[in-house]
Design a protein around this ligand. Structure first.
Ligand SMILES: CC(C)(COP(=O)(O)OP(=O)(O)OC[C@H]1O[C@@H](n2cnc3c(N)ncnc32)[C@H](O)[C@@H]1OP(=O)(O)O)[C@@H](O)C(=O)NCCC(=O)NCCS
Length: 118
């Protein structure tokens, strides 16, 4: 799935480029949306492995976040995210983003598997 974001003033750091924390928030959110759709439940971020920031992004740029589902296990779902600008330049790679499906008491619950993701 591809998500797009427009970089505006509140997203910048003191040097006038996209704040890394904002990009992490966007990636966490879009992977979380995918995990929620997949599991049909509330999810919590459990683990993010290796974020590699390769290029900067500037005011007015549009960034594309491509989220890929890697695997579903008992209660967890793993994704990768690749971030590029619209010219295709690689901005960042998120190697593994892991979400856990949780119940109303925030306890892990089994992910409801469908034919598409087993
Ligand atoms: C999400 C949470 C409820 C899970 O509870 P838990 O007691 O850690 O659950 P478990 O140890 O049984 O692990 C749950 C799943 O996560 C996986 N997991 C645990 N640690 C992991 C890690 N470091 N990397 C990848 N997967 C991991 C487990 O393998 C398990 O997956 P599976 O059931 O599909 O095999 C709990 O860890 C939590 O509340 N964490 C904070 C979540 C949060 O607030 N996130 C926002 C960022 S601050």
């Amino acid at each position: 799935m591809i998500y797009r974001f427009l970089v505006t003033q509140p997203h910048l750091n003191a040097h006038g480029t996209l704040h890394g924390g904002i990009l992490m928030k966007w990636v966490d959110e879009v992977c979380g949306i995918e995990a929620r759709l997949l599991s049909k439940s509330v999810v919590a971020t459990r683990h993010i492995k290796e974020i590699d920031f390769q290029s900067t992004v500037r005011l007015g740029d549009i960034v594309e976040v491509v989220v890929r589902h890697v695997e579903t296990r008992r209660t967890s779902m793993t994704f990768t995210a690749t971030v590029r600008d619209t010219s295709g330049t690689l901005i960042a790679n998120f190697e593994r983003v892991v979400f856990v499906a949780v119940d109303e008491c925030h306890r892990p619950i089994p992910v409801e598997r469908t034919g598409a993701d087993v």
